[in-house]
Design a protein around this ligand. Structure first.
Ligand SMILES: *Cc1c(COP(=O)(O)O)cnc(C)c1O
Length: 487
């Protein structure tokens, strides 16, 4: 758990903040790294996004709501497409796949397509979104450790650009579906490289105890390649794939992953005479959820990643002067979708609780919670928030923002300072909710899910509508009551 005990006890008896959370100089200040680029606070204290005040959004669309800065999303996508990939021109080029699991709907799939990125999917449902918008099939990838035969058929009939295979069972399955359809399936091999990244550090081991991929150290990755080659016509080996984790802030873990992938890449060249044309280093680039996070820009990441790839490929290049170098792909999800949105909530209750003798905690309840943002409950993620609908000069107070669900772990923001005069009816905004919030949302307590609103050039549009009670009940099959039948 957290080191609240280590923090400072503040005025009025409101408890101890974690050490990373400084007492704010100005509780109304917006830290630019946390907010979509078109969010500002006007002199009356109201936040606006792309020219639209959040008070108008709350009035017209209700709360809770996910609010996306479309221009910010598109700019981040473009920054990966251009700034990240530019330094790879000196290696063998790079492609960016947006990881749809971070947040996908038809509008977002269109934005990704229009901005010239490729798309990662990991289910038949995500694939269906790509198909719905006519995403060019050769720019789409399919991942997953247990894809069904139906999903593989859906992908191959669509003409998908790559299937990342994850088990020996799946190699057989993909080959069988491909021969049944009379096509060649383009496959990559998901390799477990033994690098696991956790935010500020990574661990490099030989073996990994997890469900994804073929182990490099255990020899399964080699055996998978042999199995794919043995399938002949039905499979085409594109290259190796690894994904080392999420919310990563430095590139040293990627360097070890690249070194290990290049080792296997070289073995395949030597033993099968195949220079695989692709190599995928996955996603996982971190974003700022609070003042403690300082992410690199896509341009900085691209420079560092291109350098490390170039370094790790040197030996292969020297030993195989004729061979084509693998084109690198990356799969950012969070780093594109996350910072481009915030969640707008209305405060329903404010309650002071005595947590120990003389120490109070202020619980601020909002009209959402673990149904629209499960990350805090699921893995203790940190978020921040701000008063969004008015100005306040009140002394900051440490609060915990909680949801409306029947779980005491239903926390949205564990620790944050808000003005001490907050009251029911106030709006608050939680930034950094563009990734893994809507996509992980649920209907716990029969709570209709919030809409996703896209704001651009002073106009707000619904891109995913709010769920209704009818939506919630639509799947229930009404059965005649037994007692009525008997009567
Ligand atoms: C989750 C995932 C991603 C995206 O991760 P982010 O942290 O959102 O960048 C990319 N590739 C694979 C294989 C993943 O599982």
């Amino acid at each position: 758990m957290r080191a609240h005990e280590a923090g400072i006890l503040h005025a009025e008896g409101y408890g101890a903040a974690p050490q990373w959370l400084p007492f704010p100089q100005d509780v109304m200040e917006l830290l630019p790294q946390l907010w979509p680029s078109n969010v500002v606070r006007d002199p009356s204290g109201v936040l606006s996004i792309a020219g639209v005040p959040v008070t108008d959004i709350a009035r017209d669309f209700g709360t809770a709501a996910y609010v996306v800065d479309e221009d910010d999303f598109r700019s981040r996508a473009r920054a990966f497409r251009d700034d990240f990939t530019a330094p790879f021109a000196a290696v063998a080029g790079a492609d960016v796949y947006y990881a749809g699991k971070a947040f996908l709907c038809t509008a977002v799939a269109r934005w990704v397509m229009e901005e010239g990125l490729n798309l990662d999917t990991c289910s038949g449902g995500e694939l269906a979104v790509a198909q719905r918008v006519g995403f060019p099939a050769e720019r789409v990838a399919l991942h997953g450790n247990n894809k069904s035969v139906a999903e593989l058929r859906q992908a191959l009939e669509y003409g998908i650009g790559r299937i990342v295979v994850d088990s020996f069972d799946e190699i057989d399955r993909v080959a069988a579906v491909a021969s049944e359809l009379g096509v060649t399936a383009p496959v990559m091999v998901r390799v477990t490289v033994g690098v696991e990244a956790h935010t500020h550090e990574f661990i490099a081991t030989a073996h990994e105890d997890q469900k994804f991929g073929f182990s490099l150290a255990g020899g399964q990755a080699r055996a998978a390649i042999d199995a794919i080659v043995a399938k002949g016509e039905s499979l085409r080996l594109l290259g190796l794939h690894s994904h080392i984790g999420s919310q990563i802030f430095d590139t040293s873990g990627f360097e070890i992953a690249a070194r290990r992938l290049v080792g296997l890449h070289t073995e395949v060249a030597d033993e099968h005479g195949i220079a695989m044309p692709e190599m995928d280093l996955g996603g996982g680039y971190g974003i700022a959820y609070t003042s403690e996070h300082e992410p690199l820009t896509p341009g900085q990441l691209g420079t560092q990643m291109a350098e490390l790839v170039d370094r790790e490929l040197k030996e292969f290049r020297d030993g195989h002067p004729q061979a084509v170098l693998p084109r690198i792909s990356i799969e950012p999800g969070r780093a594109i979708a996350g910072p481009s949105a915030f969640t707008l909530y209305e405060i329903g209750t404010v309650k002071d609780v005595e947590v120990s003798h003389g120490v109070l905690r202020s619980y601020v309840s909002v009209d959402g919670g673990m149904s629209d943002n499960v990350r805090t409950a699921l893995y203790g993620a940190d978020y921040s928030c701000t008063l969004a609908g008015r100005r306040s000069d009140a002394e900051p107070r440490l609060v915990r923002v909680v949801g409306r669900h029947c779980e005491s772990g239903d926390i949205v923001v564990m620790d944050e300072y808000l003005p001490g005069d907050i009251v029911p009816g106030d709006l608050i905004a939680v930034p950094g909710t563009g990734a893994y919030c809507r996509s992980l949302s649920n209907q716990y307590n029969h709570t209709p899910r919030p809409p996703v609103l896209a704001v651009r050039d002073g106009a707000t549009r619904v891109i995913v509508r709010r769920e209704t009670i009818d939506d919630l009940l639509a799947l229930d099959v009404d059965e005649p009551s037994l007692s009525q039948e008997v009567r």
